[in-house]
Ligand binder design. Structure first.
Ligand code: HAM
Length: 428
């Protein structure tokens, strides 16, 4: 029997995984500068957590969760997103007792049972941040600007920011009324999903990709914001201007999760696929901490879809360091040399070099070929003669130059040669 990876998942192989390591390193580095600390939470949580946070009428909860019963008959779910788990951990570990705001970040896999297509997977990865404990609009702007900076720093210059405000509960209630009045006469023409959404959560209709025409003149939620909500939105925008983060206001942007209040935003870019133009998204979620059983704390965060970032890097031909080769490939000829090679290899690695050797019992010629194929810059050949003289032959594979060096200083010599190969202009 032949096995295949589950639909909607990916194997990240050497040659490509380096892009992921690059993105992860950038994310860690960015978070260090913005003073966010990493949090690692379980990949599965009690199902109830997601019903409470993401919301029972969302597509995620209604259709997309990987839910299963464990052996003790508890309902568990593979996390479809990171905010719920981060907030659960914040409450459970009483992080609210430390200095506010608590600034957290995570990088890891999320799971949604969606129909796979370009940029849409069933197991995907998010880099997310959550700042909990402050309702300062400057913090909303910091979070938006941080995501914006992430895209720029990995080499994507055309990711756009769209923002909206969905206001406080009172503003949303008054908008819901206006929206229902607008949608009611159009109800029979709406798609079946939206007919259901109209009854359960009409704001979701704004997300619909099928009913775009019918929604052309839909009232703007911004006209329903009460004074405090409007003022708050203005402040977030003023801070973004101050930070020189360009953005467009999109009054239809409501996000697909229920916990949001006030600020909602998305990072968008074309070219991945029609259903995947959002490369990241987030917003403020002031009621969620209390909803999950903690003290009432305001919060804001984002989640960036790393598969989509990788896809953008590829379509825009952004140069990312993808290949990793050994510095030196060690070759032995003869039994005694083979024995000695083990400790030389170990010494090279202990000295910080990336080093490898033949394990296939190849001939000298075949080992030289293997050294070439490995991508190593230098081959180091140890024969019985060299061993007697306490020497090793270095062969610079790019030029073919070959010479013997003492075993007392062969590692230093390799390091010198490598640095000259990397910076040929120096020392001229
Ligand atoms: P979200 O908009 O559901 O928000 O997901 C964030 C990002 O994850 C999306 O913009 C997209 O790039 C990526 N993504 C989502 N689903 C998939 C998929 N099936 N395949 C590939 N990529 C996908 C959240 O998850 C919120 N927790 C963000 C947040 C954090 N809000 C506040 N804090």
């Amino acid at each position: 029997m032949r096995f295949q990876k589950p639909k909607g998942t990916q194997d990240l192989l050497p040659g490509k995984v380096e892009i992921w390591q690059f993105l992860e390193a950038k994310a860690h580095e960015l978070c260090r500068r913005f003073n966010y600390r990493e949090i690692r939470t379980p990949i599965f949580e009690m199902t109830e957590l997601f019903l409470r946070s993401v919301g029972e009428t969302t597509d995620i909860v209604e259709k997309e969760m990987y839910t299963f019963r464990d052996k003790a008959d508890r309902s568990m779910t593979l996390r479809p997103e990171g905010t719920a788990g981060a907030v659960r951990a914040y409450v459970e570990n009483k992080l609210f007792a430390s200095v506010d705001p608590v600034k957290l970040y995570y990088i890891g896999p999320m799971f949604r049972y969606e129909r796979p297509q370009a940029g849409r997977y069933r197991q995907f990865h998010q880099f997310g941040v959550e700042a909990i404990g402050s309702d300062d609009p400057a913090l909303d702007a910091e979070v938006i600007a941080m995501g914006y900076r992430f895209y720029r720093e990995v080499g994507l210059n055309d990711v756009r920011v769209e923002i909206n405000s969905i206001g406080n509960a009172a503003s949303r209630a008054s908008y819901r009324k206006r929206l229902e009045d607008f949608l009611a006469p159009k109800l029979p023409s709406l798609c079946p999903d939206c007919q259901k959404r109209f009854l359960r959560n009409p704001l979701r209709v704004l997300d619909c990709k099928k009913d775009v025409e019918l929604l052309q003149d839909v009232p703007s939620i911004l006209d329903s914001l009460d004074e405090p909500s409007r003022r708050r939105f203005d402040e977030v925008r003023a801070y973004l201007d101050e930070l020189a983060v360009p953005y467009a206001v999109n009054c239809r942007l409501v996000r697909g999760l229920d916990y949001y209040t006030h600020t909602a935003f998305e990072y968008k870019a074309g070219g991945i696929g029609a259903a995947a133009d959002a490369v990241g998204g987030g917003g403020r979620y002031d009621g969620l901490v209390a909803e999950i059983g903690g003290e009432d704390r305001p919060a804001v965060g984002f989640g960036i879809g790393l598969e989509r970032v990788v896809a953008l890097l590829e379509t825009r031909n952004v140069d990312v360091p993808v290949d990793r080769f050994p510095d030196v490939y060690l070759i032995a000829v003869g039994e005694q040399a083979s024995r000695k090679l083990v400790s030389l290899l170990d010494a090279a690695r202990a000295a910080g070099l990336s080093a490898d050797r033949d394990y296939m019992g190849r001939s000298l010629k075949a080992q030289l070929k293997a050294a070439d194929r490995s991508g190593a810059k230098i081959a180091a050949v140890l024969g019985e003669d060299e061993l007697d003289r306490r020497q090793i032959q270095l062969k610079i594979l790019a030029t073919g130059e070959q010479y013997a060096v003492s075993l007392d200083r062969w590692i230093d010599e390799i390091k010198n040669r490598l640095s000259r190969l990397e910076h040929p202009e120096e020392g001229r």
